[in-house]
Each structure stands twice: as structure tokens, then as C-alpha cells.
Design a protein around this ligand. Structure first.
Ligand code: ATP
Ligand code: MG
Length: 461
């Protein structure tokens, strides 16, 4: 049974057959006993009427009268008396025989009344003393007509219920099956890569919720596809620029009569671009690792002051080249935190290198650490080119670089890495900036050691 339609119809038929059989059985049972008791009553009064006829009609006319009565009432009347013998009036085929009367009354039955139901023929017999004679009078009625008429009306009613039920059922099945068919079609479209496909989801029933879920999934896939395509185009663009430069200068270097000075200059450019490519590949790999669901941080307790000092000393030469002063306002007491030392060092390195990159000659960078009972707050403040609100809303996106920043070397991955690492430490990063005034990056990390350890002991959730 392939289609849901067929399954529903099969289910409907099984339900109908089962419920009709049970209902029919119970109805027939109770109706037959009702018919039988009605016929019993009817036969008793018929018996009384027959007795009245025998009593009141002259003897020579009794036969004729009883025959007429039996035919018109469609009953069989049997009269037996020792003096007048055995007589049957009306339909003779099922009439109770003389022997049976003897069996019912004369042998071991002292009752004056008897009921016999045989093959749907109900017989009522009774003994009456009329005109100084004993009469055994039987009236018999064929109940099959009454029973058959009940069966035909029951069949008619059930048939009507079945037909009208089928019409309603098909309409309801259509209401259920159509949206499923539409959803199946849409799913096929989606699997072919058409992420713009959507289904109607009016209402709050299960199917509407399923459709809503489908639409959300399609939307998510469309977004992911867009991100993937953008990522591929960004990556190829980022690779293309240094590669083109390397190719171009390598070609020039082939010329033998190139002055030594120029040769060295071109070689430096080639080295610079290959270093850029290597950093790009390293950063991309780093981001892919951070994206992995199962990433675990290597948690240790370490001195934050020592770490910041290390980061500053590694970047000092770049800052000196632009006469930028780096001021580290050390806390009175050393601060120890629990975290992935190597990855957090990268966070501070990226933020500080940005501050140096995007601050002009003679600028100032101030680094501060503040500790509260719940968190450690690190502030990197520069007097650089600053950013507009629009730029700030994009800086954590991969490959995003403000146009102004393009004159400086970079791929736009540094802050994306920073954000991932801070998130993994359940921290928070905020940016305050004013164009041409400067920028402040504030990183907050939780320090409740136990809970931090606990939270970081399992994978990125
Ligand atoms: P990469 O870090 O990959 O070498 P990048 O520094 O350009 O390249 P991000 O560190 O991700 O990339 O920074 C994204 C963008 O945010 C920068 O291109 C720049 O436009 C802006 N930005 C970041 N830090 C600052 C800052 N301190 N002052 C002004 N603009 C900044
Ligand atoms: Mg950067």
C-alpha cells in the first residue's frame, strides 16, 4: 500500500466493517427477541379470538369461518379435539401435527399453554374447554417476514451511513493528504537545491507546524548556501590577489639583466605575499577548528598580567615603527584566570594588532584589566581611525574589512577568530568606537573557577 490515501481508505473500511458487524449483531439480537415477544402477544390474542369464534359460530359454519380468518390474518390455525378431530386452517405446510400436539400436551406437559419456535415459525398452543369439549388450539405465525423487513431496513440505514460517511471521509482525507503531497513536492524541490521553495502554513495544527518547520529549514538552508557561496568567493578573492602578485613578480625575476636592487625588492614582495597566504591558510584552518562541534579547550590557570606583557612585547616593534605608545595599566595584584592560554593569547594578539594597524603615527594604546567578583574585564583602547556603527555591526563577520582598512594588510578573519574563542569561554566582547577618535574593545570573561571549569569541560554547546 504505497499512498497515504490508500492507507486511510483501508483504515476507514476496516473501521466501518468492524463497527457495522458489532452494531449489526447487537441490533439483530435485540430486535429478534423484541419481534418474538410481539408475535407472542399477537398469537395469544389471536388464540382467544379463535376460541371466541368456535364458541359463537354455529358448528356447520366453523370450518368456513376459521379458514377465512386464517387466510386473511396470514396465520395458521390448528384445532384438535377428540370429538371433532384434527383440522388445519390457512397455510398448511408448517402446521403443527397431531403427533406433536400429543407430544406437547398429552404426554408429559400438564401446562395449558405452549410456545414453540421452530425455523422462524412461532406456534402458540393452548387447551380450551368450549361447548363441553376439550380443544387443543394452535395459532402459528411465520416471523421471517418481520425479521427480513428489519434486516432490509438495517441494511438500508447502514448503507446510507456508509455512503454519506464515505463522502465525508474522502473530503476529510483530501484535506489531510493534499498538504502532505504539497510538502513532499516541496521537499523534492529542496533536495534538488531550490532553497527558495516554501509551503503555506496557515493555522496552528500539526500539519501547519510541520510546514512552518519546513519553511524555517528551507530558510536556514538558503542562508547557509548564501554564506557558503560568499565564503568561497571571499576565499578565492583573498587567495587570488597575493597569487597574482607572486606570479607577476616571479615572471619579472626571470629576466637575467635585472639590477640587484630591483631583484631584491621583488623577492621581498613575493615573500610578503607568500607570508600573507600562509597566514590566511592558518587563520582559515583555525576558524574551521573553532567551528567544530567537538572542539575542547585546554584549560589551565595562568597569570593574565604575564600573558598581556608577552603579547605587548611581541607587538612592540610594529608599534614602534609608527611611534605608537602602548600603556599597560597593571592591576595592583596579579590576576589568575582559568582558560585556554594559547587561544586567549591569540585573542589579545588580534585585538592589539588591530589597534596598532588602525592607529596612525604617534597614537596611544591603553590596556586595562579590571576584576570583579564574577568576571575579568580587559579593555584595549586606541586613538585610531575608529569605526561607524554600520562597520561595527559587521566586524565579527568572516572576511569583512572596512574600505578604509584595505590599505593595511589583512584578511578580515582576526575578529571572527576572537569572537569564536571568547564565545567558547562563555565571555562577552563589546566595541565602542568613534570615527577618527578611536576604538575600545572590552572583553569580559567569567572567573567563577568551578563553574567556568565545569562549563568548559564539555564541548562547545
Ligand atoms: P586580519 O585580522 O585577518 O589580519 P583585519 O584586521 O582586517 O584582518 P579583523 O581583525 O577581523 O580583520 O577586523 C575587521 C575589520 O574591523 C578591520 O578590517 C577594520 O575595518 C575593523 N577594525 C578592527 N579593529 C579596529 C580598530 N581597532 N580600529 C578601527 N577599525 C578596526
Ligand atoms: Mg585583525
Amino acid at each position: 500500500m504505497k499512498s497515504i490515501y490508500a492507507k486511510l481508505i483501508f483504515g476507514f473500511l476496516v473501521t466501518i466493517i468492524f463497527s457495522f458487524s458489532v452494531t449489526g449483531y447487537i441490533a439483530v439480537r435485540s430486535n429478534y427477541s423484541q419481534i418474538e415477544s410481539n408475535v407472542q402477544e399477537e398469537l395469544e390474542s389471536t388464540g382467544d379470538f379463535v376460541c371466541g369464534l368456535i364458541e359463537n359460530v354455529p358448528d356447520d359454519k366453523i370450518d368456513h369461518t376459521l379458514q377465512e380468518y386464517a387466510l386473511s390474518s396470514e396465520n395458521t390455525v390448528v384445532c384438535y379435539s377428540m370429538d371433532n378431530g384434527y383440522h388445519v386452517y390457512g397455510k398448511k405446510s408448517n402446521a403443527v401435527s397431531k403427533e406433536k400436539i400429543a407430544e406437547y400436551f398429552l404426554k408429559d406437559n400438564n401446562d395449558e399453554k405452549v410456545y414453540v419456535n421452530k425455523h422462524n415459525i412461532l406456534s402458540y398452543g393452548h387447551l380450551r374447554h368450549i361447548k363441553n369439549k376439550d380443544y387443543y388450539i394452535f395459532v402459528q405465525k411465520d416471523m421471517s417476514r418481520d425479521k427480513n423487513s428489519f434486516i432490509s431496513s438495517a441494511v438500508l440505514i447502514l448503507g446510507c451511513i456508509f455512503l454519506s460517511g464515505s463522502v465525508v471521509f474522502l473530503a476529510v482525507a483530501d484535506i489531510i493528504v493534499k498538504p502532505i503531497t504539497r510538502l513532499t513536492k516541496a521537499t523534492k524541490e529542496l533536495s534538488k537545491g531550490n532553497y527558495n521553495v516554501r509551503v503555506d502554513c496557515v493555522g496552528t495544527d500539526e500539519l501547519s507546524r510541520l510546514n512552518q518547520g519546513f519553511n524555517q529549514m528551507a530558510q536556514q538552508l538558503a542562508k547557509q548556501d548564501e554564506t557558503r557561496q560568499k565564503f568561497i568567493s571571499d576565499v578565492s578573492h583573498e587567495f587570488q590577489t597575493p597569487l597574482t602578485s607572486i606570479q607577476g613578480f616571479a615572471n619579472i625575476l626571470k629576466e637575467e639583466d635585472l639590477p640587484k636592487e630591483q631583484r631584491e625588492k621583488y623577492l621581498d614582495i613575493i615573500l610578503f605575499n607568500s607570508k600573507r597566504l600562509s597566514t590566511l591558510a592558518k587563520n582559515m584552518l583555525q576558524l574551521t577548528l573553532l567551528d567544530r562541534e567537538e572542539i575542547t579547550l585546554e584549560m589551565t590557570t595562568f597569570s593574565l598580567v604575564d600573558q598581556i606583557n608577552r603579547v605587548i612585547s611581541l607587538q612592540e616593534s610594529q608599534a614602534n615603527q609608527k611611534d605608537i605608545e602602548i600603556v599597560f595599566e597593571k592591576p595592583k595584584k596579579d590576576i589568575f584566570i582559568v582558560g585556554d592560554e594559547q587561544r586567549l593569547e591569540q585573542v589579545w594578539t588580534n585585538i592589539l594588532s588591530n589597534a596598532i594597524k588602525y592607529t596612525n603615527q604617534n597614537g596611544l594604546i591603553t590596556i586595562m584589566i579590571k576584576k570583579t567578583s564574577k568576571e575579568v574585564e580587559l579593555t584595549f583602547e586606541d586613538t585610531g581611525i575608529g569605526m561607524s556603527k554600520e562597520v561595527i555591526s559587521h566586524i565579527f563577520e568572516r572576511f569583512y574589512r572596512e574600505d578604509k582598512a584595505r590599505s593595511v594588510d589583512g584578511n578580515g578573519l582576526g575578529l571572527a577568530i576572537v569572537k569564536s574563542i571568547v564565545d567558547l569561554h562563555h565571555g562577552q566582547i563589546d566595541v565602542l568606537s568613534t570615527v577618527d577618535v578611536g576604538t575600545t574593545f572590552i572583553v569580559k570573561l567569567p572567573i567563577e573557577k568551578e563553574s567556568l571549569k565545569e562549563r568548559l569541560s564539555f564541548n562547545k554547546s
